[in-house]
Design a protein around this ligand. Structure first.
Ligand code: TEU
Ligand code: CA
Length: 585
């Protein structure tokens, strides 16, 4: 069998449309804005564009609450704009992947409006309705103790006054979960996929696709978060009983008839057999998933996300090695990413985003990702090293429903408690999804060139746009002799990955010096070539001899995030003194 596939070699670039580029001066990014930047993306080395949802939506969760799967939200443009986008993408020999959000719809979707209109509606069973429970004091309670996923850890069940029942809404009350047990729902979803594939899109990023099958008796979840009435219910809805059946049907009924790619978002699940069941080459389910291990590295295990948990290079190596080996040994496929619209900026999270070290950190993360096996995902702004919002911003600047809920809950629970609120604010700044959602910094003019000078962007532009922006990096690809801008470094990294795809995309993986707590190192090889990646995940100088005894004999260093003219003078044997945040290939 030929293991080579276009979607394995592809570099995917994720666009968060509201914050990408505004072309009609309403402060909100749009589809024509994407079209306008296609040459920029092509030049970077992008093959596939994945856009977060642009469908009709009340935007309670920024489009992850869809009111019409077959139409575009007017704030983004029209279907004709999308047709034109697809045409322009194809012209440049690229592809478009849409975001498919079918675990839930918006509460404004016609299906839900119908479903909630009466208990006898023909769409009643398209969603998950349950009667109330009553406690010993006769108070109405939701059917079980599952918590909402976004923000305030309230109940995942929403009470409907009119029909006097609860509906399940795992993310927010505005996002009722579809009832996949119902064959009509599954058929309707298949129909949505066909609609977009027939229009020329080349695949889907499937939002929380592993949550679509729920354990049917809806049991209470075990108590893991103390002091909270509601609990994470993952055990009963992540990779539930009929997930594989549903995924296989999507494949046999629809996807197998097109040349497409699929990536399923798969939170909460680490079980290797479950992963292979979905992405194994013979599974007939999905091409790959987004595993959450790396982006959960700083969460307290089992707890909600607004927590801080220390980690070091050993934890990172363990995660990377496990997933690389699992996929290589069991014929599955990785997705490589450290950012998306739900995560803080990687340079702030995993390295040091101070003015002194930001560029080193961004390049280190680039070298890390471009030398791992799997399909590579770059998130808008990552290629120029955009950072988190400044700690000085007031919580009122945060626009994400999750952040708003979290802040509200803390303000209500701890009024006037400075220590508690300062901590909540700190965690918010470190973890909020808003960090990834500020407008892309195109240039140093007002609002970073995201929108016209005279209008107000929907979300405030990061205060550092005058120094961190694409135009500056494009104009000066070599800021100092022997160094590249972050953008130029990414561009070259992507090129190098493609030139040596037998090594970086398809090659074998071996971790080196696994016990070192600051240096991350691995070896990748094809039958012809061997590359070693060395990453100093610390701001300290580290004398390091981790290659000794590894069987690797370095011939020469070929890339690095310090002055590359000095690479030939670096040790290829014995002790190597790694500088702060240094990355070498
Ligand atoms: O995210 C689902 C998910 O499980 C997490 O990424 C979650 O958003 C995160 O832990 C909260 O901080 C997907 C989308 O990517 C996200 O934007 C949506 O809000 C969510 O589904 C609901 O559609
Ligand atoms: Ca606009």
């Amino acid at each position: 069998v030929d293991k080579h596939k276009w979607w394995k070699e592809a570099v995917v670039y994720q666009i968060y449309p509201a914050s990408f580029l505004d072309t009609n001066d309403d402060g909100w990014g749009d589809v024509p804005g994407i079209t306008k930047k296609l040459d920029y993306l092509k030049n970077l080395g992008v093959d596939v564009i994945w856009t977060s949802p642009i469908y009709k939506s009340p935007q309670a969760d920024m489009g992850y609450d869809i009111a019409d799967y077959k139409d575009i939200d007017p704030s983004y443009g029209t279907l004709a704009d999308v047709d034109n986008l697809i045409k322009e993408i194809k012209k440049r020999d690229m592809k478009l992947v849409m975001d498919l959000v079918v675990n839930h719809t918006s509460e404004q979707h016609a299906w839900f409006l119908d479903s909630r209109s009466s208990k006898t509606s023909s769409k009643r069973d398209w969603y998950i309705w349950k009667p109330a429970k009553y406690d010993s004091d006769g108070n109405r309670q939701p059917p079980n103790n599952w918590a909402l996923i976004l923000g305030d850890a309230n109940s995942a069940w929403t009470w409907d006054e009119k029909t006097q029942e609860y509906y399940l809404s795992l993310f927010t009350p505005e996002q009722p979960d579809l009832n996949w047990e119902n064959a009509a729902v599954r058929a309707a979803v298949h129909d949505v996929l066909r609609f977009w594939l027939d229009r020329g899109c080349s695949g889907f990023r499937m939002d929380v696709i592993n949550l679509i099958s729920k354990v049917q008796d809806y049991p209470d979840a075990p108590v893991v978060v103390k002091n909270n009435k509601y609990q994470p219910g993952y055990k009963y809805y992540a990779n539930g009983p009929r997930l594989h059946e549903y995924l296989k049907a999507i494949n046999s009924e629809v996807l197998s008839k097109y040349d497409s790619m699929t990536v399923g978002e798969m939170p909460f699940v680490r079980d290797e057999d479950e992963i292979i069941k979905v992405v194994g080459a013979e599974s007939g389910e999905l091409n790959m998933i987004f595993a959450f291990d790396i982006v959960d590295i700083d969460n307290v295990p089992g707890d909600f996300k607004f927590t801080l948990h220390p980690w070091d290079a050993r934890d990172l190596k363990k995660i990377v090695s496990r997933l690389q080996r699992l996929m290589l040994e069991r014929d599955g496929w990785n997705s490589i990413f450290v950012e998306n619209h739900d995560q803080p900026r990687s340079v702030s999270r995993y390295t040091d985003d101070s003015d002194q070290w930001r560029e080193y950190g961004a390049k280190l993360l680039c070298l890390m990702q471009t030398t791992l096996a799997g399909t590579l995902y770059v998130y808008q702004g990552e290629e120029i090293g955009m950072r988190n919002v400044p700690p000085s911003w007031a919580p009122e600047e945060y626009k994400d429903i999750e952040s708003i809920n979290f802040w509200k809950k803390n303000s209500e629970t701890y009024p006037g408690d400075k220590e508690k609120l300062d901590h909540a604010r700190k965690v918010l700044q470190r973890k909020a999804r808003d960090n990834a959602r500020t407008p892309v910094q195109w240039d140093s003019t007002a609002h970073s060139g995201f929108t016209s000078h005279t209008c107000t962007p929907w979300m405030r532009v990061n205060s550092d746009y005058e120094t961190v922006n694409a135009a500056a990096q494009l104009a000066t690809p070599n800021p100092t002799p022997g160094t590249l801008s972050v953008h130029a470094f990414w561009k070259r990294g992507l090129e190098n990955r493609k030139t040596h795809k037998d090594v970086f995309v398809y090659g074998d993986f071996e971790a080196i010096d696994e016990e070192h707590d600051k240096v991350v190192c691995w070896k990748r090889c094809s039958e012809q070539e061997v590359f070693v990646t060395v990453l100093n995940f610390s701001g300290q100088e580290i004398p390091w001899d981790g290659l000794e005894g590894s069987g690797v004999q370095v011939e020469k260093w070929v890339a690095g995030n310090y002055d590359e003219r000095e690479l030939e003078k670096r040790n290829t044997q014995g002790k190597l003194v790694l500088r702060p945040w240094e990355a070498l290939l």
